[in-house]
Design a binder for this molecule. Structure first.
Ligand code: E4P
Length: 216
């Protein structure tokens, strides 16, 4: 399972990279706006810092403009993946960018049949938003499981990139289903290593060792 970090924050990227857990980064207009500053400088710094794929999202809503933006976005680095929304114009742009060999990530996907369209058109990644589906009382991970079954049935190469992640159970379910990638908020990736029994166990080991040393 690949871990992407869902952020445009350079400090978060640096920290997770130092842990050795950074396989890539995903951004979106909201995350870029939250990071602030000049977005072009931010994008260039992220692409330089990250050894793996970096998803940068188009803003345009016509396929002609999306393709123009895509050509600009890929200039930030060889690791750029162009993010396209799951709308008709996004699919037209996807079709064209696939033919040009530009890596793509189809985003704002909420159903298995949307994901099927992206796979048929050769998307590199498809991003189902599981947290937003869960918030509506639907099972985001059930949709991911159905995507996995369909992609395997037809041998589609498109990678399932689980997005809109809210907690460690999404990571567990991603692993059980066999989705290819999960993009995690910094808080969630840092939560994965924590368990209260680990903390109490370590405290107990150290206390016993301290007591043993003091006996001498
Ligand atoms: C991927 O980068 C998606 O844009 C992101 O995971 C969406 O997460 P959100 O539902 O918390 O906005």
């Amino acid at each position: 399972m690949q871990f992407f970090l869902d952020t445009a924050n350079l400090d978060e990227i640096r920290e997770v990279k130092e842990l050795g857990l950074l396989d890539g980064v995903t951004t979106n207009p909201t995350l870029m706006a939250r990071a602030g500053g000049d977005w072009r400088e931010q994008a260039a710094l992220i692409c330089e810092m990250v050894d793996g794929p970096v998803s940068l999202e188009v803003i345009a809503t016509t396929h002609e403009e999306m393709i123009k933006e895509a050509k600009d976005l890929v200039s930030f680095g060889d690791n750029v993946v162009v993010k396209l929304p799951m709308i008709a114009e996004g699919l037209k742009a996807l079709n064209e960018l696939t033919k040009r060999g530009i890596k793509t990530n189809v985003t704002l996907v909420f159903s298995p049949v949307q994901a099927l369209l992206a796979a048929k058109l050769g998307a590199t990644y498809v991003s189902p938003f599981v947290g937003r589906l869960d918030a509506l009382g639907q099972s985001g991970m059930e949709s991911v499981d159905q995507m996995r079954t369909m992609f395997d049935n037809y041998g589609y190469a498109t990678k399932i990139l689980v997005a809109s992640v809210r907690h460690p159970v999404h990571v567990l379910e991603t692993g059980l289903i066999g989705a290819d990638v999960i993009t995690l908020p910094y808080s969630t990736i840092m939560q994965l290593m924590k368990h209260p029994l680990t903390d109490s166990g370590l405290a107990s080991f150290l206390a016993d060792w301290e007591a043993f040393q003091n006996e001498k």
